[in-house]
Design a protein around this ligand. Structure first.
Ligand code: BES
Ligand code: ZN
Ligand code: ZN
Length: 477
């Protein structure tokens, strides 16, 4: 969907369809007609009047969520028509809401039909936004920069969605590595791709073991964006399980379906560094992804194995389905060995079903050792349109990952608090120096939802991308 911005009054704009955002019916000349069609001012309510060429869509409050959902609802209707052009009038709004309209449009119009034998032809449709020039808060340059920024952010989210939605037959570690290289070239940033020999040489035995039964070689992906005079250094680490069968602690059939989404952390990190480079943010950013497939076979790693991670920590494997933390353990070590004077180190992972049970499908669990940093991460998430909440560590849960035979166990001895005990496991691989700079994002819920929600489609949502970009944009504030 192409978006145009104009100061032209709405009535002067030629277009096939007009989208009308409605928070009260009173002033509308179509009031009675809409009421007779049971139109109510309630989110996601929409009526299309073909005779007048208008799509009316309701929103309850002037917030990012309400407006992005409203415009997405209207855009989806527009996409079902053969019309080419639509327009929307934002002149009665604060121009700051432009972000929600642009992102709602671009995220809401996303479709994924690569696996349909009869693919819908991608229609070339356009939305023209009419917005006042003499806005009290923003001038034309600022409005255009919001349009540009939100377009890049939405493209990045849609890239993450495409990758996550791609099937495990078509998307294995080498495919992920090649895609990472392509994204790096497009964004003109550095890249390093390492295979199993490197993992072996560098004592990354935990990550190596997880991928051992797969026919696909594990890959360590490292992208770096290094602008001149970078003000801060940020490291993003992603879980890239291109498939998680559970390994020998095999998942039940119903739980295995959707596990192509176990690469969502890695995909989010790739899409985010691409966007940061395109936005030319003044920070050095690294993306480190462990791309691995967790499978079964004679060569599989086993419950009872003891693995030695890159930092020398010994890990008793009690469940091969708790594999993400093993991959992240070595990736966190690699990142901190390779990159010095880090300001922030964030990891992203579809790490635990417990997080989904605890906070629901739509919310990311935020963990770490720094209260202020966690708060700021939650605020950035909410501001960006994502949902997130903190999950607090405590000394008692910390004790539950002790092992009788090794330094730690890869699962807790308690059934409760599984998202937090997984976070506490990762804490063992964050150096003293970086303890307060680290955040773990458990995106197991929002990364992949088997029904459409708001402007998010069935399947991958691109969770993590928007909140991270928002966090980086606010670092200096
Ligand atoms: N990839 C899963 C977590 C997951 C579950 C992501 C549901 C998205 C939706 C992870 O590797 C896993 O299997 N975790 C186990 C850990 C357990 C064995 C301690 C889980 O959550 O059940
Ligand atoms: Zn697993
Ligand atoms: Zn997993």
């Amino acid at each position: 969907m192409k978006i145009n911005l104009t100061n032209t009054k709405i009535n002067k704009i030629q277009s096939d369809i007009q989208i009308v955002l409605v928070d009260k019916l009173e002033d509308l000349k179509e009031k009675e007609l809409l009421e007779s069609l049971d139109f109510k001012v309630s989110d996601e309510v929409m009526v299309y009047l073909p005779e007048s060429g208008k799509i009316f869509v309701a929103f309850e409050e002037e917030t990012y969520d309400c407006l992005a959902i409203a415009i997405a609802t209207a855009i989806k209707k527009f996409q079902t028509t053969n019309f080419k052009t639509a327009k929307v009038d934002l002149n009665s709004f604060d121009s700051k809401i432009l972000k929600s309209i642009v992102e709602g449009t671009l995220l809401g119009s996303y479709t994924f039909d690569n696996y349909k034998s009869k693919q819908e032809k991608k229609k070339k449709q356009e939305l023209t936004i009419s917005i006042q020039e003499d806005s009290p808060s923003l001038d034309n340059i600022e409005l255009n920069s919001i349009l540009n920024e939100s377009t890049i952010i939405s493209k990045a989210v849609n890239k993450a969605r495409d990758m996550v939605n791609t099937t495990p037959g078509d998307f294995y570690p080498d495919v992920m590595a090649k895609l990472a290289k392509k994204l790096a070239k497009d964004a003109k940033i550095e890249y390093k791709i390492k295979g199993e020999k490197f993992l072996e040489k560098n004592d990354m035995n935990a990550m190596l073991s997880v991928g051992r039964a797969s026919i696909h070689e594990s890959k360590l992906i490292h992208l770096s964006y290094k602008p001149k005079d970078a003000k801060k250094k940020i490291v993003l680490v992603g879980k890239g399980l291109t498939y998680d069968s559970g390994g020998l602690s095999l998942k039940p059939a119903d739980y295995m379906v959707t596990m192509k989404s176990d690469k969502a952390g890695g995909c989010a990190v790739l899409a985010t560094i691409w966007a940061i480079a395109k936005l030319e943010l003044p920070f050095e950013v690294h993306a480190v992804i462990g791309a691995v497939e967790n499978m079964i076979g004679g060569d599989a790693y086993k419950p009872d194995d003891v693995l030695v991670a890159k930092n020398g920590t010994t890990i008793e494997v009690r469940n091969t389905d708790a594999e993400g933390r093993l991959v992240l353990a070595d990736c966190l070590c690699y990142a901190q060995d390779e990159i010095h004077d880090i300001d922030y180190i964030f990891d992203y992972a579809t790490l635990t079903g417990a997080c989904v049970v605890g906070v629901g499908q739509y919310t990311t669990g935020i963990m770490g050792n720094n209260e202020i940093l966690k708060r700021n991460a939650v605020l950035s998430a909410l501001k960006s349109g994502e949902y997130a909440t903190t999950l607090d560590f405590n000394r008692y849960l910390k004790k539950t990952i002790k092992s009788d035979i090794a330094d730690i166990s890869n699962i807790a001895s308690t059934r409760y608090g599984g998202a937090i005990t997984a976070g506490l496991f990762l804490d063992n691989f964050v150096t003293k120096e970086n303890k307060e700079k680290w955040i773990h994002f458990d995106i197991a819920g929002p990364a992949f939802v088997e029904k459409a929600w708001g402007y998010n489609p069935y399947g991958a949502s691109g969770a993590g991308v928007r909140m991270t970009i928002e966090f980086l944009k606010n670092i200096d504030k």
